[in-house]
Structures are given as structure tokens and as C-alpha cells.
Design a protein around this ligand. Structure first.
Ligand code: DX5
Ligand code: ZN
Length: 218
């Protein structure tokens, strides 16, 4: 199943609740929530209080992308404040298996994200336990960057690994995805598409509909 996960990092936070409603009504299935700590990545975004407050306004699936150091310290809190899917970075933990188990024990879906320079093979020992693999298509840390072309081959590789093992792991892509290049990542095998600027700049509802329309060919 193809899923659109608009990233609120590009939203207008003064009218965040309204914009979330807009993406959901236009058909987006997930909401991508980028948490940055100024340590694992250079920038700082937001944390639990914001997630809790938007949780009260929407029942859309919260796809929480943790770009933070030692994410294992905060899994309970993110589960409690409303995350449905919790994705942490492979590069940020010592024992990814333990973190996955922690997320599952809280009844949430678990994802691992890898930066553009991390080989896909590094995730193979955990693939069978994962609900989602996030292949970053830009260097994590900021919205509005350009898609890294080498990502296409990495997505293809990730899809191949999932299929060879007979798994149903979702493959998510995040960074620089627009209506103009989304067909490239879909063709390569991604099925959960994150988009920030391409959704929240201009007519939000229309942007969601246009993106979902491009899904129809796949
Ligand atoms: C980047 C974040 C992305 C970001 C995507 O570090 O993980 O989710 O919001 O933004 P765009 O779609 O504008 O590249
Ligand atoms: Zn993200």
C-alpha cells in the first residue's frame, strides 16, 4: 500500500492544527513528525509538548522520526505523547535490537532510519523485526534540501532485501521528494513517502491530492 506522510517541519506552526486537518481531509494517511535535538543533527525542532497537543486534535497516524542522540532514553515518553510509529537512527544507538523491542513492548510500530552514507546492509540483522525502514534521501537535519540522486539505487537495494526475505517491511523515503520526482522513488520500491515543503508550500490540500494522484500509476 502506498502511503503519504506529510512532514509538519514545513508547516506553519501558528495554524498547525488547521493544516493537519487539511492534509488528513485531502487523503494523507500518516503525519510525519520530525524531532531534532541539536546534537545528532545540527538543528532543533520540537518535542513531546507539541506532539501531545496536536495528538488532541487529530486521529491521523503519527509517524515520529527521531533525529536524536540516545533515542532509547525517550521511547516511553514518545509512546505516551501519541506516537504510533517510532523511527530512530541506526547511527544513534549501540544496540538497535533492544530499542526495537522497547518500541514493540509499548505496542507501537518500530522503524530504523539510515543516513545517506550508511550502507543498507548495516540494517540487515534487524530487518526481520522492523515495521519500517527509512532510507534518508537527504542528509537529516533540515527541510527543503534537494533529493540525493544516489538514493534511488539504495531504495532499490532495500526493496530487494525485503523481498528476498519474504518480509512486508515498509520502505520509507524522506527528503527532497516532490511531485516531479516522486515517481523515481516509487519505481525504485519505496511505499511510504514523506514530503515537507512539497506539501506545505502553497495550496496544501491540492498538493496532497496531486501527490496521491501520482501514486495511482504504481
Ligand atoms: C529532514 C527531515 C525531513 C524533512 C523533509 O531531516 O527528516 O522529514 O522535513 O522535508 P522536505 O520534504 O522539504 O525535504
Ligand atoms: Zn523526517
Amino acid at each position: 500500500m502506498l502511503i503519504l506522510s506529510p512532514s509538519i517541519l514545513a508547516a506553519d506552526f501558528s495554524v498547525l492544527g488547521k493544516q493537519i486537518k487539511e492534509v488528513q481531509e485531502a487523503g494523507a494517511q500518516y503525519l510525519h513528525v520530525d524531532v531534532m535535538d541539536g546534537s545528532f543533527v545540527p538543528s532543533i525542532s520540537f518535542g513531546m509538548p507539541l506532539i501531545s497537543s496536536i495528538r488532541g486534535t487529530s486521529d491521523i497516524i503519527f509517524d515520529v522520526h527521531l533525529m536524536i542522540a540516545s533515542p532509547e532514553r525517550y521511547i516511553e515518553e514518545f509512546a505516551k505523547c501519541g506516537a504510533d510509529i517510532i523511527t530512530f537512527h541506526l547511527e544513534a544507538v549501540r544496540d538497535p535490537g533492544v530499542v526495537i523491542d522497547k518500541i514493540h513492548a509499548l505496542g507501537k510500530k518500530a522503524g530504523i532510519s539510515i543516513k545517506p552514507a550508511t550502507p543498507i546492509e548495516a540494517v540487515l540483522p534487524y530487518l526481520g523485526e522492523l515495521d519500517m525502514l527509512l532510507v534518508m534521501t537527504v542528509e537529516p537535519g533540515f527541510g527543503g534540501q534537494a533529493y540525493i540522486p544516489e538514493s534511488t539505487e539504495r531504495i532499490r537495494q532495500a526493496r530487494k532485501f525485503v523481498e528476498e526475505r519474504g518480509l512486508s517491511t515498509d520502505i520509507q523515503v524522506d527528503g527532497g521528494i516532490t511531485a516531479d520526482n516522486v515517481h523515481v522513488v516509487l519505481e525504485a520500491g519505496a511505499n511510504v513517502i514523506v514530503a515537507g515543503s512539497a506539501i506545505f508550500r502553497g495550496d496544501i490540500g491540492q498538493n496532497v491530492k496531486d501527490m496521491l494522484k501520482s501514486f495511482e500509476a504504481f
